[in-house]
Design a protein around this ligand. Sequence first.
Ligand SMILES: *Cc1c(COP(=O)(O)O)cnc(C)c1O
Length: 354
Amino acid sequence: MDLSILPLTQPKARPQDENALAFGKTFSDRMFVMEYAAGRGWHSARIQPYGPFSLDPAAAVLHYAQEIFEGLKAFRRRDGGIALFRPMDNIQRFNRSAERMCMPQVDEAFFLRALKELVRLEADWVPRSEGTSLYIRPTMIATDPYLGVRPSDTYLCYVILSPVAAYYKGGFSPVKIWIADEFVRSAPGGTGEAKTGGNYAASLRASMEAAKLGFDQVLWLDAVQRKYVEEVGSMNICFYLDGKVVTSPLKGTILDGITRRSVLTLIRDLGIEVEERALSVEEIMDGAASGRLREAFGTGTAAVVSPVGQFTYRGHNAQVGNGQVGELTLRLYETLTGIQYGRLPDAHGWIETV
Ligand SMILES: *Cc1c(COP(=O)(O)O)cnc(C)c1O
């Protein structure tokens, strides 16, 4: 497929202070767009100036949420070059999400080429300060102007770019987690494994309640027994318990995070055993109380590794370790960001230069 590059007539002023960029509010000059029609396939792939779309008010995505997205980052390396972190993993997951949501597959090699071309053209939008990055958001939406409930015949796929400040501006500090047993994020047979907007819409209520009570994030339990740990906010979660790292298995209700995958590899590199198994809320609360739970951390592209200092379940508080950032958590954060920014060697072939 051809990729046309449309001229940019009115470049925006670039942000003055890249350390003050709020997440997801500033967008670069250009975006990638392609369209799909049943019988014709993907067509009209182009990089064009960033701007609003014109959508029919009946467009399927606006009514029945047939939508998927991805999130990855481009990093400014020490040598001035730009790197993507495991981009093919994101593209493959995009296709898995598409399959679950009855949406068309994208050509993985073409999509990677388009993504790299877009980042190359927008290279000046990759910030340079410590900890900053360019967040990349691939998205696919159903566009049929039809109110019947069925998979759309037409789709729009696009990629937008947003420069972001360092996640840990106020320091790398532990968060307080509220364990929700009234709300669930995903159920067996549902869409928990797909990166689709509806999962997020469904999670807002619990996040609001948690925030109202003074917590930073929600920890989701399984929908059936409300007993086993699944994810935290929109991150995967790991527990350093009895000298091993325990995390929920990929059984369809949690997202197969690329940060999760990478962190598990780094943990094994350190000679620490990893267990992917169901972990009950009692194990966590008891482990925290007895000191056997030394550390807990969320993993995701935005935060990389997010240390947990406290869990609260049915009114009981349990401090993790000494409530400070754990040694393993810090080490994983330093190693992963070191690889991403080019401070450390890329032993696993995770870096794709642009
Ligand atoms: C995106 C996402 C994650 C993290 O995935 P990464 O690939 O590590 O960024 C975890 N859980 C949910 C629900 C997500 O949407």
